[in-house]
Design a protein around this ligand. Structure first.
Ligand code: GRF
Length: 247
């Protein structure tokens, strides 16, 4: 049997130079990708610099063998795994085992193109967040987001959110980081940022500008999540009320 990786507690030497960092509970991330991994790169860079202190990427998982994000992870000597996803139940069973083996606290879906089931999410309650390239409202049942200029923007959910924003002719779109729930792109919002649409934007140019904003937004989301959730997660796991462990 493979021994689980020990969950790191607050560790001053890993936490960075400031006394503020020494007070931060150490956070272990699992980052799930399917593609280029520019947001993964932003997280790597923030962990390696003073931007994100006492945060460690414990594991990177890709369901696509040739995903450029896997190469980014390997270049930085991070544990990186290709997980073939032929059938959801089997894929989720293996993914959950990996996340538990590597003692991941928070799972970040950074361009992960597979829907996760309610059963999987129940094993990691409030511990999975997703980056979505559109503005989503606070109320998950709402279909409209009111932008800072007062305009009502339809909530573009699903796979083609950037294209939908262009086709709808709205003036602003953006990105949202939200908790993942069984309803697709409809979980409680952690943070979001607006991105103006420019004359002549194509899906590619607009998505590039959205990603540029996401690279900061994802860091803000990780910090917010830690401030809100990590101590409670530690308390639950110490009292034995944490998520089930693999036998
Ligand atoms: C991001 O725009 C994210 O919002 C969406 O997928 C894209 C991933 O980009 N879910 P990258 O792989 O991080 O470059």
């Amino acid at each position: 049997m493979v021994e689980p990786v020990p969950r790191a507690e607050v560790n001053a030497s890993q936490a960075g130079p400031t006394s503020e960092a020494q007070a931060l509970p150490h956070l272990r991330l699992g980052v799930l990708i399917s593609g280029s991994g520019t947001n993964l790169q932003a997280i790597i860079d923030a962990c390696e610099s003073a931007r994100l202190q006492a945060v460690e990427i414990a594991l990177v998982v890709s369901n696509v063998a040739g995903a450029a994000g896997l190469q980014r992870a390997l270049k930085h000597r991070l544990p990186a795994i290709y997980l073939p996803w032929r059938e959801r139940e089997e894929g989720e069973r293996r993914l959950a085992a990996l996340l538990e083996l590597f003692r991941v606290d928070l799972v970040v879906l950074a361009g992960w193109m597979r829907i996760l089931s309610a059963d999987f999410l129940a094993r990691f309650p409030r511990r999975v967040i997703n980056l979505h390239p559109a503005l989503l409202p606070d109320d998950p049942s709402a279909d409209v987001y009111i932008a800072s200029d007062g305009s009502a923007i339809p909530a573009f959910r699903g796979l083609h959110a950037v294209r939908q924003a262009l086709e709808a002719g709205v003036r602003v779109t953006g990105s949202t980081v939200h908790y993942v729930t069984p309803a697709v792109d409809a979980g409680p919002v952690l943070c979001r940022a607006e991105v103006p649409i420019q004359e002549g934007d194509s899906e590619e140019t607009l998505h590039e500008r959205i990603k540029a904003v996401e690279h900061s937004l994802v860091i803000e989301a990780i910090e917010r999540w830690r401030a809100r959730e990590l101590l409670e997660l530690r308390r639950l796991s110490h009292s034995g009320g944490g998520p089930p462990q693999e036998g």
